[in-house]
Design a protein around this ligand. Sequence first.
Ligand SMILES: [Mg+2]
Length: 110
Amino acid sequence: MGNGFNGYQRDAKRTLNDSPADIYKLANLGMGLAGEAGEVCDYLKKVVFHGHSLDKEKVCDELGDVLWYLANLADAVGVPLSKVAEDNIEKLKQRYPHGFDQIRSQKRAD
Ligand SMILES: [Mg+2]
């Protein structure tokens, strides 16, 4: 695997099933991202409410599936994965300059 987020993004493209039209590609990737996030959520539901023991490897595997769709969706819209990560951290620094704060969360405008 390549270096960092952008190396991952490049490597993830190798197994992308290219759709003929861009809109179908975006739909495939967006739905896939939501589906894999749903798999994470469903697994955690089983841990929290069904008494399953927490398997960190299972969580890691599903997070990898989320990452794959995320990397390819970012690529499809021409955004380096490193920019996604850096912009998110910058947004959170602006939103919570001293770490998470419930009051700031409740009074958020965005
Ligand atoms: Mg999965």
